[in-house]
Design a protein around this ligand. Structure first.
Ligand SMILES: [Zn+2]
Length: 235
């Protein structure tokens, strides 16, 4: 008695097992990889770094404007207090007030430009924070699905391995050796079915002698074209 038919079942189980293991590896990789989140966090850090010096500059400008205003008011107050009588001194003070006001106008223009930049930078930062949140919630959602799938596949893997062990019991050592020998050369598909008179893999019709041999099942017979072990599936 040969084991061509169980070899075909063995092949089916091993192909499914290989696919299951491949998918489990992909899932493990995906679960371990939070590259997307790291990138989103990095983008936030970059936005914060460009915002901070702008905010500092705004504060400095505001302080300088404030100080100029105070100084200008004080000089003005002194000027109109009647305490200063010297025309040269009065003129110097007027010039000083004018210079301070002119300086403040320039500073306020700069401040206005700067505030627009701060606004833009804040907007960018907020967008990136929102992006991180959406990436995180997507990740949690994806992970839930992946963990579910992993559980299911682990169960399937175990089941397939048990079935495989079961099938192996009905395969003799010689047939298994032939199967394992052909397997790497036939892309993990060393067995084909004989359907009517043709090989299910390459579709080539076999000689009657081959067909009868396969049907008798006394020894392993290979397809005359692709070289795969032919299994006869009755019924
Ligand atoms: Zn063939």
């Amino acid at each position: 008695m040969t084991s061509a038919e169980p070899l075909f079942r063995l092949q089916e189980l091993e192909l499914r097992l290989a696919q299951t293991i491949k998918r489990l590896r992909e899932i493990a990789d995906q679960l371990a990889n939070d590259q997307v989140i790291r990138e989103a966090e990095q983008q936030i850090a970059v936005a914060q770094q460009s915002l901070r010096p702008l905010q500092t500059r705004v504060r400095d400008l505001e302080l300088e404007i404030q100080s100029n205003t105070t100084k200008s008011q004080q000089t003005n107050d002194t000027l109109y207090s009647g305490r200063v009588r010297n025309p040269k001194e009065m003129q110097d003070m007027q010039h000083e007030v004018q210079a301070l006001q002119k300086r403040n106008q320039d500073l306020e223009n700069t401040l206005l430009d700067l505030m627009l930049k701060v606004e833009e930078a804040e907007e960018t930062l907020n967008e990136r924070k929102t992006h991180l949140q959406s990436v995180q919630s997507q990740r949690e959602h994806d992970n839930a699905d992946l963990i579910h799938e992993r559980e299911r596949l682990e169960g399937e893997k175990q089941e397939l391995q048990q079935k495989r062990d079961q099938v192996l019991k009905s395969v003799d050592a010689e047939s298994l050796a032939a199967y394992n020998n052909l397997k790497p050369r036939k892309h993990n598909q060393p067995v084909a079915l004989l359907v009517d008179r043709s090989c299910s893999f390459c579709q080539v019709e076999q000689e009657m002698s081959v067909v009868s041999e396969v049907r008798r099942g006394h020894k392993l017979t290979t397809c005359s074209s692709c070289g795969r072990i032919l299994a006869y599936k009755s019924g």
